[in-house]
Write a protein that binds this ligand. Structure first.
Ligand code: NAD
Length: 330
C-alpha cells in the first residue's frame, strides 16, 4: 500500500534533494553545518524510503547515489585509484540483524565481524612510495579529492617514512582531539571569531586550509582503518591488515574487536555508547565489517558503499550530552 500518490512523492523527493544538497554544501564545502547530523540523517532516510517505494524517482544526481563532498578551489585534484566510499547506516538492533541476514544470503562461508570505533572526522588517503609519504588527499566526492600533502605532513603521528620500504595507500580518519577543540574555540571566542560547531568541522577546516601553518596549530591526529592499495602487503583479514599497519608505524585504533555473532556486535555497540564521553576524541558510532577479505569480496559493493560493512550511529540525544560534557569539563 503506497504511503502517498506519485505526484506528491515526486514533489517531496524534489524538496528533500534541494534541502539535502544545501546541507551537504554547508557540511562538506563550508565545514559549517546548520543542522545536527541526526536531522540530516532523518531527511536522508526519508528520501531513501521514497526512492525505494517509487523507483522511477531515483536519479543519478540524488544524494542517495553520491558520496559526500566536493573539491575546494585552490587545491590540486587527486584522482583516487580505488574510490573512497561511504557506509550504509544502522540505527538500532533490528537494522544490524537485517545487515547480518543480508550478508548470510550472499555467502554461506563462515565469517567473523570486526567492530571499530567510528571516529568523527574526515577521511584521508595516504600514499607511500618505497616507504616514503608522497601524497595525502581528502575523500572529496569519492572519486576525486584534494591534495593536502603539505597539511598532513604537519600531523606528528603520520610517519613520513614507514618501517618497511613498501609502496602502499592507506586510508583513515583525520580528527581533532576534544581538548584541542575546546582550546581552539576558547581562543576564537576571545578573538571575536566564529566558533566551530564540533571537532569534525574544526578538523575539516584545519586540514583543508591553504596555509599549512594554520593546520599545524590545530593539533590534528589520525587513525588509519583501511588499505586502498596493498602493494607489498599481504593480509587475509581486516584484523590482520590493521595489525600490519601498526607494524609499519601507522596509527590505528586499538579498541577494535572481533566477534562471531551479530548479538555480540550489538553488545559492543552498547558498551561504547556508554563509554563514548570518556574517550579523548569524538566517535559517532561503530563501524562493523566482515573481517575475512575472501568473504568481503564475495559480498561486494553498491555504487556508494561496501555491502560487507555498516555504520551503527549512536542516538542523537547522546551527541548533545557529549558536547555538554566537554563544556562542563573545562
Ligand atoms: P558516514 O559518516 O555515515 O560514514 C562513512 C565515513 O565513516 C567514512 O568515509 C569514514 O570517513 C568514516 N569512518 C570513521 N571511522 C571509520 C572506520 N573505522 N572504518 C571506516 N570508516 C570510518 O558517511 P559520510 O558519507 O562520511 O557522511 C554522511 C554523514 O555526514 C551523514 O550521515 C550525516 O550524519 C553527516 N552529514 C551531516 C550534514 C549536516 O548538515 N549536519 C550534512 C551532510 C552530511
Amino acid at each position: 500500500m503506497p504511503t502517498q500518490d506519485f505526484e506528491s512523492a515526486k514533489q517531496r523527493v524534489f524538496d528533500l534533494r534541494t534541502l539535502l544538497d544545501k546541507y551537504s554544501y554547508e557540511y562538506y564545502v563550508k565545514d559549517n553545518p546548520s543542522i545536527p547530523d541526526s536531522d540530516y540523517d532523518k531527511l536522508y532516510h526519508e528520501l531513501v524510503a521514497l526512492e525505494e517505494e517509487f523507483p522511477d524517482l531515483v536519479s543519478n544526481d540524488s544524494p542517495t547515489q553520491r558520496v559526500g563532498g566536493t573539491i575546494l578551489p585552490g587545491f590540486e585534484k587527486v584522482v583516487h585509484e580505488a574510490p573512497m566510499l561511504s557506509l550504509g547506516n544502522a540505527f538500532n538492533e533490528g537494522d544490524l540483524l537485517d545487515f547480518d541476514r543480508r550478508i548470510k544470503k550472499l555467502t554461506d562461508q563462515p565469517f567473523t565481524y570486526i567492530c571499530e570505533l567510528k571516529i568523527d572526522g574526515l577521511a584521508v588517503s595516504l600514499k607511500y612510495e618505497n616507504g616514503k609519504l608522497v601524497r595525502a588527499a581528502t575523500r572529496g566526492d569519492g572519486s576525486v579529492g584534494e591534495n593536502v600533502t603539505q597539511n598532513v605532513r604537519t600531523i606528528k603521528s603520520v610517519p613520513l617514512r614507514l618501517k618497511q620500504p613498501y609502496s602502499i595507500e592507506v586510508r583513515g580518519e583525520c580528527y581533532m582531539p576534544k581538548d584541542s577543540f575546546i582550546k581552539l574555540n576558547q581562543e576564537r571566542e576571545e578573538n571575536g571569531e566564529a566558533i566551530f560547531a564540533n571537532p569534525r568541522n574544526a578538523a575539516a577546516g584545519g586540514l583543508r586550509n591553504l596555509d599549512p601553518k594554520q593546520t599545524a596549530k590545530r593539533n590534528l591526529n589520525t587513525f588509519l582503518y583501511t588499505v586502498g592499495d596493498f602493494g607489498e602487503l599481504t593480509a587475509a583479514s581486516q584484523e590482520d591488515a590493521l595489525n600490519q599497519l601498526d607494524g609499519l608505524g601507522l596509527r590505528t585504533n586499538h579498541d577494535r574487536r572481533v566477534f562471531q555473532t551479530i548479538e555480540e556486535v550489538w553488545q559492543y555497540t552498547q558498551e561504547f555508547q556508554e563509554k563514548r564521553s570518556d574517550l579523548p576524541y569524538e566517535i559517532d558510532g561503530i563501524v562493523i565489517k566482515v573481517n575475512e577479505f575472501e568473504v568481503q569480496e564475495k559480498v561486494g559493493f553498491t555504487v556508494k558503499a561496501p555491502r560487507w560493512a555498516i555504520a551503527y550511529k549512536f542516538p542523537a540525544e547522546e551527541a548533545h550530552t557529549i558536547i555538554r560534557d566537554i563544556e562542563w569539563s573545562v
